[in-house]
Design a binder for this molecule. Structure first.
Ligand code: NDP
Length: 338
């Protein structure tokens, strides 16, 4: 069996996460038992939720245990199998974690999924045609429930989730407006993803200034907001909401290091009779097939052209992860492992 390289959570962050929270080890891969499959990971997905799990805090999921391999989504290839449904060479997606190989108990429901890479590259199954894409689909269609002609705003618009939100909204006849950090990200959002507009929040000093910029590109107000960040962007969008606007609270990355992110205008929830609803995509497995079908079609037809930031090699994972939390990624953050 091959030697494995693994990254563990060594200690919990105090405030901002840092590379010293992680530890790399090498280990022997155990021999396969009946029903198990050995997977060589080609890509590791780095996702903002991992930051929350590094804390020992009450949340919707248990904390990442100390001294254990960092959890995470992976896409790879079966190299050895003692399960009748998997053969060497099969391309698979699972939760293999921050390591080169994983031994998967393939009988456990949802542990390993075969994917077809004929039309969709393997890496996209961790992004647009994977968990982030379904997140976009769920928040948009099940929480915001947009109608044709309505205006939808999404923050972190160039990212794995945000990019899919805008394309799905356009496919439903909405006006899609992104908020992203920097002119390059905004250009990609409008020119390659087809959003109607994108505002660079970093070019505005405060929520009121950002809100004025949003007013120019949302002449009919905002009917739906797909929340990925919190903080100043939320305040700015809230100021532009229409009566009966819906906010899908998907992520609050501005607060993931534990700093409070006060909301400046909560009274608008009342005066605009808004619906504000959080959701966790893994609690809605029933929608995944329908969502993945539409996302696969959008990627296959070229309407959704996901961008990826790909770090090279497992050793690069901690820095790539920390960079993503600061917006240094451009599109889905991955690590190439083979
Ligand atoms: P992204 O690819 O969008 O990467 C994160 C982005 O967040 C950065 O690139 C940066 O973009 C932006 N960002 C970071 N800090 C701030 C800040 N302080 N203010 C504003 N923007 C900031 O990540 P994902 O697409 O994977 O995830 C997007 C959101 O969705 C996250 O909040 C994540 O936690 C959430 N999520 C929720 C799920 C659920 O089930 N509820 C499932 C999956 C993801 P920029 O340069 O534009 O600022």
């Amino acid at each position: 069996m091959p030697q494995n390289q693994q990254i563990l959570l060594d200690n919990r962050p105090q405030g901002e996460a840092s590379a010293s929270n992680f530890k790399t080890i090498t280990s022997e891969t155990p021999a396969l038992q009946d029903g198990q499959v050995l997977v060589r990971h080609h890509f590791l997905s780095l996702d903002p939720y991992m930051r929350g799990r590094m804390n020992d805090a009450k949340s919707y999921a248990a904390p990442q245990p100390l001294g254990k391999v960092m959890q995470g989504g992976t896409a790879g290839e079966v190299v050895e199998s003692r399960h009748p449904k998997f053969q060497p060479g099969d391309k698979v997606v699972g939760m293999g974690g921050w390591q080169l190989y994983s031994v998967v108990d393939a009988n456990a429901p949802g542990s390993l999924r075969k994917v077809d890479t004929t039309h969709v590259p393997l890496s996209h199954y961790l992004g647009a045609v994977g968990m982030p894409g379904v997140t976009a689909w769920y928040g948009l269609t099940q929480v915001i429930e947009p109608k044709a002609g309505q205006t939808l705003v999404v923050s972190a618009a160039s990212g794995a989730v945000g990019s899919a939100v805008g394309v799905l909204a356009k496919a439903r006849g909405c006006r899609a407006v992104g908020v992203a950090g920097g002119p390059d990200k905004c250009r990609y959002v409008t020119e390659e993803l087809g959003f109607d507009a994108c505002i660079d929040y970093k070019a505005h000093a405060d929520a009121v200034a950002l809100s004025k910029a949003l007013a120019d590109v949302c002449p009919d107000g905002v009917d739906g907001y797909f929340e990925n960040v919190g903080g100043m962007v939320t305040d700015a969008v809230m100021l532009r909401t229409n009566p009966f606007a819906r906010i899908a609270v998907c992520g609050m990355i501005a607060g993931y290091d534990g700093k409070p992110i006060p909301m400046a205008y909560p009274q608008l929830i009342l005066t605009n009779r808004m619906k504000v609803q959080g959701f966790i995509v893994s609690e809605h497995m029933e929608v995944w097939p329908e969502a993945l079908k539409e996302l696969g079609q959008l990627v296959g037809s070229g309407r959704l052209r996901p961008r990826e930031s790909v770090a090279q090699g497992l050793d690069a994972a901690p820095e790539a992860f920390l960079g993503m939390l600061k917006g240094r990624n451009f599109g889905k953050q991955l690590v190439k492992l083979a």
